[in-house]
Write a protein that binds this ligand. Structure first.
Ligand code: NAD
Length: 443
């Protein structure tokens, strides 16, 4: 492998350079600077205003990193038909979601229910002294602590949100002298990270100020050390459930196949509940749907993923996020996930394509978006498990991946046409595609 020329190159003040200077410096890190620059410029938007908007999202932006945006139509969610936007690079995901949507559209569709919307933040601090005295101090100053955030929470309270609970948590069993202010929030249509962090930093400042002049504290007790103030991306009380159900006999065209399919499906999900190696891949399939909609909706997919995986491991073992059962002749498949997403804030109202996606989804509020995201996760999981217990995953996956393989071999349009026809009834593999192309080219 030829190593990049840029390995080992230091630069100072890079962020202060103009975009042209940055492009010039970065191109020089490649063996062919002209070509390297061309690649970046090809992805730059010709609309200068739009490009400037993108450039200002992050530091040191050089160009845009494109991700395909697809749509999965025919989702019936709580009786409303929706086309869901999905931003994702993996070939088979949108096709799988669309198949699941169509499958369930004739069986009553998806139901989605909000189980809670509470967000969490913590001020982590060290207090060296009598724990009893700290608790008394907290009881005495609880209201003053909250009042110090009034200005920050004013608009959120007007919207029906704000701080809903503030408590002192003694964590000194885990780390000597470690305590927390545990704060609960309602952030309405915002994911809330910036709002929560601003409240927490204000609470931390007030905590220190009040402790410093608390007459019952010794000098050591007065010197509370705030380690950090930050929201938690683990939101077990900001949950949504998505579900599908229908009589077992109606799952597939014949009663016999339906019964067999339902039983195998339930077994597959049970395996993911008890076997972590399977659970991780099972949940990865769920995240295919969740991430793609979270991304298209302009939300923070890292935050969502971190919270969801914490939930999957909440019992002490990493488990399936979804559940399947057969009861009284009814097949039910459901998914519960914690989801802190917003329909305002971040770049949601700024990014034209994100705005487009929100409009496509009927301009949802945060709770409606939670429901759409969870449904996409369940649909994806249904499609994956259905393939796994019937045809196997590779048949559908490789069919969708065929175009990528053909493009890797620089196939012409007529070669692609011939290959698609050939693989309609044949299993796709890299090797078989290469062989077919060799045959076509020799002929
Ligand atoms: P934000 O601060 O950009 O916008 C939210 C604000 O919108 C609210 O505070 C409120 O003032 C306003 N608003 C207008 N209409 C509203 C309505 N109907 N409901 C609620 N608020 C309304 O965004 P945010 O949601 O506070 O934070 C999200 C951003 O923070 C994301 O971009 C995320 O990537 C980033 N972030 C995440 C983390 C993390 O997850 N750990 C940490 C820091 C930053």
């Amino acid at each position: 492998m030829i190593k990049g020329k840029g390995q080992g190159a230091f630069v100072s003040g890079f962020s202060k350079k103009t975009k042209v200077e940055k492009l010039d410096w970065i191109s020089q890190q490649f063996h062919n600077p002209v070509q390297a620059l061309e690649v970046l410029q090809n992805y730059n938007h010709s609309d200068k205003e739009l490009q400037t908007l993108h450039d200002e999202f992050i530091e040191n932006a050089l160009t845009n990193f494109y991700m395909p945006l697809g749509v999965a139509p025919n989702f019936n969610i709580n009786g409303t038909v929706l086309t869901i936007p999905m931003a994702i690079e993996e070939s088979s995901v949108v096709a799988a979601a669309s198949n699941a949507a169509k499958f369930w559209s004739t069986k009553g569709g998806f139901t989605a229910t909000i189980l809670g919307t509470e967000k969490v933040g913590q001020v982590h601090f060290m207090y060296h002294g009598d724990s009893q005295k700290l608790h008394q101090f907290f009881e005495q100053h609880n209201a003053a602590l909250l009042a110090s955030t009034d200005e920050i929470t004013h608009n959120m309270r007007r919207r029906g949100g704000g701080i809903t609970a503030l408590s002192l948590v003694d964590k000194s069993d885990a780390i000597a002298d470690y305590y927390q202010l545990d704060v609960r929030f309602e952030t309405q249509d915002a994911m809330g990270a910036n709002f929560i962090n601003s409240c927490l930093e204000q609470l931390a400042t007030q905590l220190k100020a009040l402790a410093a002049k608390h007459p019952d504290f010794s000098e050591e007790e007065k010197a509370i050390e705030v380690v950090m103030s930050i929201l938690s991306n683990y939101v077990p009380n900001c949950m949504v459930e998505a579900a599908v159900s229908c009589p077992v006999n109606e799952l597939l065209p014949t009663v016999e196949d339906s019964k067999l399919f339902a039983e195998k499906f339930v077994q597959a999900v049970r395996i993911a509940e008890v076997e972590p190696f399977r659970a991780v891949t099972h949940n990865k399939g769920i995240m295919n749907g969740i991430d793609a909609v979270v991304m298209a909706s302009g939300n923070d997919f890292r935050a969502v993923a971190a919270g969801i995986h914490a939930h999957a491991a909440a019992s002490g073992q990493y488990r399936s996020l979804s559940k399947a059962e057969i009861k009284d002749g009814i097949f039910r498949f459901s998914l519960s996930v914690p989801l802190a997403v917003g329909t305002v804030g971040g770049l949601i109202k700024l990014h034209p394509l994100v705005r487009w996606c929100h409009e496509l989804m009927g301009t949802p509020n945060a709770q409606e978006l939670m429901q759409i995201v969870a449904v996409a996760g369940l649909a994806q999981n249904f499609a994956a498990v259905k393939s796994l217990v019937t045809t196997g995953i590779q048949q559908g996956h490789m069919k969708m991946h065929l175009l990528n393989i053909l493009n890797q071999h620089q196939a012409t349009e007529s070669e692609k046409k011939a290959a698609i026809a050939h693989f309609k009834d044949n299993t796709v593999s890299h090797h078989r595609v290469a062989n077919l192309l060799a045959k076509l080219r020799n002929a």
